[in-house]
Design a protein around this ligand. Sequence first.
Ligand SMILES: O=C(O)CCC(=O)C(=O)O
Ligand SMILES: [Fe+2]
Length: 305
Amino acid sequence: MAPHATGEPLPDSGVDLIQHDGSKTGDWRDDFHRDGFCIVKNVITPERAEYYKQKQIEWLQSFGLGFDPNDESTWTMDHLPVSFKGGMYFAYSSTHEKFVWEARTEPKVQETFSKLWGTDEFAMLCVQGLLNYQPNGPKDGGLIIMKGSSKFFDQFFSETREQDDHVDKPPEESDFKDLFIFKDSDVKWFEDHGCEMIKTNLEPGDLALWDSRTMHYARFPEGERVRHVQYICMTPAKFAKKEDLELKASLFKEWQGTTHWPHCNIRRQGPPLRNGVVDALDRSEPREKPEVTDRILQLAAVKAY
Ligand SMILES: O=C(O)CCC(=O)C(=O)O
Ligand SMILES: [Fe+2]
């Protein structure tokens, strides 16, 4: 990665988008700038978290495959729409469901990203974020972060690196840019450089934010509790190239999602595949469409700021 930008970074120029002069704000932003990671508490109420959790269950059940959150025997691929990395949903126009937009436009979610970037002009979706809906104890699933690893990103990738073998490993010919599968020896490399692997035990309503260069993964639940989160990322619209904004807007109009980088790496992703064939239950629009406000149109790059 290139060094920090001096002046305004050019769109998609690969320079650090977060310029930080080391000044302290006395809040979660200090953690973010020091560790590449922070937890913002109580971004939504526990009641709102419960509402979003129920909407996720309702959405999973809307496919009619017999998924029951209270019956573990139904927690299988056959009873659920197609996910990736063991339970992350992207397809089926899910990214544009009404409840998904409601979460993105929660006032404190918006306010948090505004504070982080110092502006309120986001393009939707290099910070990654996760809004948490369920309590996380030590046995529950949760976000694992290699604390401090974002600062070693350039050093780590300045050497030739080979990804580990994994079902979700990107095909050799494609450059996903936003996904790298680490090996155990890489974990050790970061630990030898003073980083520490931590599990974030979040409460419902907490928003976790991490610099995209941070090594991270989701640990699966080992206890009884189902994990529910929504991924939310926002970056300033001015970091995006005109053609990327146009592509983003056209994908929105087709109810298609992009990647987890809001301002670049915008590309169309294919339909969900079940055993190698397009899932017959694929959807071309959300089950419940959002009320498309001017704010949503701005975030989706359809309407200029
Ligand atoms: O679910 C999580 O805690 C984070 C997952 C994630 O961002 C990843 O696997 O790349
Ligand atoms: Fe990730």
